[in-house]
Design a protein around this ligand. Structure first.
Ligand code: ADP
Length: 509
């Protein structure tokens, strides 16, 4: 009798909708995740496509862009909007569709103007993006098995799918998944936008769209998506608790059986010391000699003495409360005064922090260097050239920099929260194990002593330091692992697909 082999895995049609994607438009980790995850899923043989706004800051002269639809009509409330759609490919060969709507996306920034003021019509802009992504599937005949939404900007996609498209030829079979990358931003805006959003005032209820008499877009995604993922297991737990849920804990807790924590991976084609094209010397865990060349180049780039024997601490990120840069500002001067270290920082955001860190090299010449702005080249140089990477976040859903830095043999100093706790192993002085240095209390004191601990390990226990670097560089942060967990989550969403009661548009729990 003929033996039957294992059933071949069904290849999925996956639609990802996002407000960011590297390299087209990036503010933070969301951009990296969408690029890497879509690429990893494509490599596994799935038909994955990404929909993104055509922001004016996307320089299309760098990519080959083809018109796909001109025009495309999208119904919003009782108004039809018109846009056009262009297509390009990511570096992994994933088709990327740009939704072009001059009024909405032809602006200085993605979410706010140059004075950091949120665009007032953000709910309108991103509701339109969400609806347009689904309309696009219908117009080009792409029949997704799964629609993957990301954060508040596209959290309405699962809602539109359930309320408007449950019976469609093209979209009726699709299940939905919402990934929460950051719960501090929920897309809360005046309820007057609801008419345009078009989900009906009967859905403006406390469990779906309403928060303190305003619309909350992320909350809608939590209600309507079939599966919710959070970007690390610890973060998945934290968002069901009052402190970590930022007001959504009770609603996410209701969905706790549909909530999965999946840690992000690293795109090794962009972030690996062996292949990185933006660092002056490549290196690996087998031959780490190139790291010293990177360190010296880093010191030169930040006007610091080129000394390979001084402990160098780097930091990169958005200057916002969440990332703990306020803690660094309260601690760094005592560190620079009392320890033999150099400190380099790259970032942008809060104006007073920009001023503070921008001036630090003037006051601590030869010990501190800073660059205020967004700069990929310097980000890679700091990651490769530093000995330690500082990430004292108050909360951190996943965090990428601590994974990048471990892979580059740059030991992270982190507050043990969310993904930082999940991905960094604390140093054990008894046997030299661990891949970084952790602290728990979000206080300047705790940060000061943990930096001191790392610096004393650098000077007094070099054998332990070497062992930790080796262990950190060999850790597996590959996207293949995370992508297979996302695939399991997609399958679960398809199996557990929920239907609204068409008479009242509620679920039965
Ligand atoms: P978040 O998404 O909360 O900003 P992550 O650690 O997940 O934090 O991802 C941040 C990403 O953005 C990393 O790739 C980091 O290197 C990059 N990044 C942040 N600020 C800057 C900057 N000023 N210049 C260059 N890259 C930056």
């Amino acid at each position: 009798m003929k033996k039957l082999g294992p059933k071949p895995e069904k290849k999925l049609n996956i639609l990802m909708v996002s407000s960011e994607m590297y390299p087209f438009a990036k503010i933070g980790g969301l951009a990296d995740v969408v690029d890497s995850l879509s690429g990893a899923l494509k490599n596994l043989g799935h038909d994955v496509r990404v929909v993104l706004p055509r922001y004016s800051l996307i320089d299309t002269s760098h990519y080959s862009v083809q018109p796909v639809l001109e025009p495309m009509g999208v119904w919003m409330g009782n108004k039809e909007e018109w846009c056009s759609v262009q297509q390009t490919h990511s570096s992994h060969g994933v088709p990327v569709y740009f939704i072009e709507h001059t009024n909405f996306f032809d602006r200085w920034g993605l979410y706010h103007d140059s004075s950091m003021h949120d665009y007032d019509d953000n709910p309108v802009r991103f509701a339109f993006l969400s609806r347009a992504a689904l309309q696009l599937c219908k117009d080009i005949g792409f029949k997704p098995d799964i629609v993957h939404a990301n954060d508040w900007q596209t959290a309405l996609v699962p809602a539109y799918l359930k309320v408007w498209h449950w019976n469609d030829q093209t979209l009726g079979a699709a299940a939905s998944l919402l990934t929460i990358h950051n719960i501090a931003y929920q897309g809360i805006y005046p309820k007057s936008h609801l008419d345009y959003i078009g989900l009906g005032w009967h859905n403006f209820t406390e469990d779906k769209l309403e928060s303190y008499d305003q619309v909350n877009l992320l909350k809608a995604g939590v209600y309507y998506s079939d599966i919710i993922t959070a970007v690390s297991p610890s973060f998945a737990r934290e968002i069901t608790e009052p402190f970590g849920g930022f007001g959504l804990a009770p609603y996410i807790s209701r969905r706790k059986n549909d909530l999965i924590g999946i840690i992000n991976g690293i795109d090794y084609s962009i972030w690996s010391p062996q292949q990185d094209k933006s660092i002056p010397a490549n290196y690996s865990s087998e031959n780490i000699s190139g790291k010293v060349i990177c360190k010296k180049e880093l010191q030169k780039a930040f006007d610091l003495p080129q000394d390979e024997h001084v402990a160098t601490i780097g930091a990169i990120g958005r200057f916002v409360e969440q990332k703990g840069f306020h803690l660094i500002a309260k601690t760094i001067e005592s560190i620079l005064q009392n320890m033999h270290v150099q400190f380099v920082i790259l970032g942008t955001g809060d104006r007073s922090l920009e001023d503070y860190f921008g001036n630090l090299p003037v006051r601590y010449s030869g010990k501190a260097g800073s660059y205020i702005g967004f700069d990929n080249y310097r980000a890679h140089l700091i990651t490769a050239g530093s000995d330690f990477f500082l990430m004292p976040s108050l909360f951190e859903p996943c965090g990428l920099n601590q994974m990048y830095s471990q892979h580059y043999g740059t030991l992270p100093i982190v507050r043990a929260t969310g993904g930082l706790d999940d991905t960094v192993e604390n140093y054990n002085e008894k046997d030299g194990s661990g891949t970084g240095f952790k602290f728990w209390e979000p206080t300047p004191n705790a940060l000061y002593y943990t930096i001191g601990w790392a610096v004393s390990t650098y000077y007094d226990r070099p054998d332990h330091l070497k062992q930790m670097i080796d262990r950190a560089m060999k850790k597996n942060f590959s996207w293949e692992k995370s992508a297979s967990e996302y695939l399991n989550a997609y399958k679960l969403a398809m199996r557990n697909k929920r239907y609204l009661d068409s008479s009242n548009e509620n679920y039965y729990w």
